[in-house]
Design a protein around this ligand. Structure first.
Ligand code: SF4
Length: 728
């Protein structure tokens, strides 16, 4: 693994070289995709159907392999099962050899990138040519793809023109005109297809019962590659099998809507090879016999059957590689797949793929770029819990570290459940509650130490906390202390609730907690603020799953008693609301999770419900038309809760506008880590570009990390929206 300094330098370099083109492309596609999904009424039903088909297909994979083998052989083709990448390459080479072939053309396929077939064949003396425009560019540039479906998206048209001008002997220089570049590439690709002896494709799906391949493209090059030469080799992972033709329907509806924002791609080709069209001979200008055609289906395992047995990685096999998780990811938008990628796969789900087909080392290099913000979750057409896959891989990477000489020192100071060898930075951020607790015994002293030059130096050296980022200051009185001294002000309560004293509200920003108490009390709700541990969000974001599980159990144990007494749980911090509603499904027994999820509410969701049930809105502070610029938290949006805040502020008379970007870039501990500080600033800059000038507006944000990031960007205090409603 590279050092923090090397990693930061590499990220900085990629933001400078690839960042602008990747950002422009991914943000555009992400917005197009959002629009395509909102226009598609059947989105959720199709996702359910797609998920069900993939679950059943992976469950029955051994039978499907037998079925497709019979079908392809009955059609006149051959099936080869490759256990490893090396096996697959040997099989491909032997087919080339048997056909006396010299040249192979390829359509785009991540599976062939995974086995590095180009390098293998070229080393063996064959000529290999890419026919997808993006792959053609990448091949000319001698680079690796930077995205699952947009391999050259890190290059602008001007970059591509400069590349072609440099690499080809041209009479006239190309400009950055995309039409001109496409025309140029099309001519060369067309000539290669006409010359080739063998065509190689991947497959988006393979129908087991018929041996039919589904190829989805926008350029039509895949079907030309498949049917122009007399020999067609399709290399595909075993996970691409679906039982029947009818199973393709939901995927056809989903793949382009989520991936590119189109209702359907330009070409959806269904081929049942060997096809029976005559074989064109371009030199002789005639057609040969269709009977000369050969078809080989190479089904690749390369770790997939192991993933199938792995309860947590199995989900990865449901992926249809639409790339939506990358497009929607704020960090990917800044750094692209050359940073957010492993040996082959990139972006959100890339970590799961890398861990399954390559190694934890390969997965670990990019894994920390997933902040767990969850914005990819509603976009994934097969409902993969991508942040959880990444958390599991992070946990495994954590556990693969060697014990350090100083581990015994840290282990004595931190109460976590993690083994020796855990990266000190992760251990620091995962145990932040312990440090907050100790610091709050003497908050002024702790703040002075943390803000001092030696304190900052130590934190940077030991825990990789970037000294350019100001640490939040501990409050002199915690929320629980304040409430304990004050007590409830409601005598005749309509309801009782527990206000969950999350770590940040309790120790660092009790003002937002006080505002939440006052708002609830103004609406005739009696508030209880018990002693409850941190939700486990801090360790979970570091991949410390066992520690998070222990904390989840403790939180459940503390809160369930209140729930039994008929009290709802109200949460100020959206990432903790997401813990209770979503993440605890992985950490607690099903019934415990469901109970807590059913009875917990985000603060303004709860206020919305109270007002909707007749509570007196006039008891809250009035907006009187004041303008508000509001940034909602990513997990809050994923849970569909952001609208409640907008509605409540709107009803209170505020004039609210909201940000559109996916993420603020702080993402909890992410922006404090020295290797990611600049990425976080870059993501934050997009938020500032989006929100623009906020002079004369109240600037509010729901999440801790968003409040902090906006506070830095605009150099002003950024309260929680509930603070606007608090009657003083
Ligand atoms: S994980 Fe989901 S969103 Fe990401 S590439 Fe796979 S199918 Fe698409």
């Amino acid at each position: 693994m590279s050092s923090r300094r090397e990693k930061a330098a590499e990220l900085r370099r990629l933001m400078e070289t690839d960042g602008e083109a990747v950002g422009e492309h991914t943000r555009t596609v992400n917005q197009l995709s959002d629009y395509a999904i909102t226009q598609f009424e059947d989105y959720e039903a199709c996702r359910e159907a797609a998920r069900g088909i993939k679950e059943r297909a992976i469950e029955n994979l051994p039978e499907l392999i037998d079925t497709v083998q019979e079908a392809v052989e009955a059609n006149g083709g051959q099936v080869h099962i490759a256990q490893t990448a090396a096996d697959a390459n040997r099989i491909v080479e032997s087919i080339m050899d048997a056909r006396d072939a010299e040249k192979l053309v390829k359509s785009k396929s991540m599976t062939t990138e995974e086995i590095e077939v180009n390098d293998h064949l070229e080393d063996a003396g064959y000529e290999v040519r890419e026919t997808d425009l993006g792959e053609f560019v990448i091949q000319v540039a001698d680079e690796a793809p930077s995205h699952l479906i947009g391999p050259a998206m890190h290059k602008s048209p001007e970059d591509i023109a400069a590349l072609f001008n440099r690499e080809f002997d041209l009479d006239e220089e190309l400009t950055g005109d995309p039409h001109q570049l496409t025309e140029f590439a099309r001519e060369r690709v067309g000539a290669h297809i006409r010359d080739a002896d063998v065509g190689m494709t991947g497959a988006n799906f393979v129908v087991a019962e018929s041996g039919t391949l589904m190829l989805v493209t926008n350029e039509g090059n895949a079907r030309k590659t498949a049917v122009t030469p007399d020999t067609h080799i399709a290399v595909t992972g075993v996970e691409k099998l679906v039982p029947s033709l009818a199973d393709l329907q939901p995927f056809t509806e989903l793949i382009s809507r989520t991936g590119t924002g189109q209702d359907i791609t330009s070409y959806v080709s269904l081929l049942t090879p060997p096809v029976d069209t005559p074989v064109p001979d371009f030199e002789a200008d005639e057609f040969g016999d269709a009977d000369d055609r050969e078809f080989h289906l190479v089904l690749l395992d390369n770790g997939r059957m192991g993933m199938r047995e792995d309860e947590d990685l199995r989900e990865t096999l449901y992926c249809i590689r639409c790339g939506a998780c990358s497009n929607t990811c704020a960090n990917f938008q800044s750094v692209g797949g050359h940073a957010f990628g492993g040996d082959t796969y990139t972006g959100g789900i890339g970590t799961g793929w890398e861990a399954g087909v390559h190694s934890l080392d390969s997965a670990g290099e990019m894994n920390d770029l997933c902040t767990g913000c969850s914005r990819c979750v509603p976009k994934c057409p097969v409902k993969i819990d991508i942040p959880w896959v990444n958390t599991v891989v992070r946990d495994r990477v954590n556990r693969s570290g060697d014990a350090d000489d100083f581990d015994f020192l840290v282990e004595g100071l931190t109460p976590d459940e993690e083994p020796a060898g855990l990266d000190l930075q992760k251990r620091f951020f995962g145990n932040v509650e312990t440090f907050a607790k100790v610091g709050s015994l003497a908050p002024e002293l702790a703040n002075a130490v943390a803000q001092s030059r030696p304190g900052g130096w130590l934190l940077e050296r030991v825990a990789g906390v970037d000294s350019r980022r100001d640490l939040p200051e501990l409050a002199t009185e915690t929320l629980r202390e304040w409430y304990g001294a004050r007590g409830s002000q409601v005598t005749d309560a309509e309801r009782d609730v527990v206000l969950y004293p999350d770590l940040y509200t309790d120790y660092f920003d009790p003002e937002r907690g006080k505002a939440a108490v006052r708002v609830l009390e103004a609406l005739d709700v009696r508030v209880h603020i018990p002693e409850v541990p941190e939700s486990g969000r801090a360790p979970l974001s570091q991949g410390m799953i066992e520690t998070a599980r222990e904390q989840a159990r403790a939180v459940h144990g503390s809160l369930v008693d209140h729930i039994d007494r008929g009290r709802d749980v109200v949460v100020v911090e959206p990432s903790d609301a997401a813990m209770f509603r979503e993440d605890y499904s992985h950490l607690l027994p099903e019934q415990s999770h469901e109970r807590l999820a059913e009875h917990s509410y985000e603060i303004l969701e709860y206020v919305y419900g109270l007002l909707d049930n007749g509570a007196d809105a006039d008891a809250l502070a009035a907006g009187d038309g004041a303008s508000v610029a509001y940034h909602s938290h990513c997990q809050q949006r994923t849970l569909g809760l952001a609208e409640y805040t907008e509605e409540v502020l709107d009803d209170a008379g505020f004039d609210v506008r909201t940000s559109d970007v996916e993420c603020c870039g702080m993402a909890g501990s992410f922006g404090y880590k020295s290797e990611y500080y600049e990425v976080s600033v870059d993501v934050g800059d997009h938020l500032r570009d989006d929100l623009g000038d906020v002079d004369g507006e109240r600037l509010v944000a729901s999440g801790t990390s968003c409040q902090e990031q906006l506070g830095v960007l605009y150099e002003r205090d950024t309260p929680h929206p509930v603070e606007l409603l608090s009657p003083r």
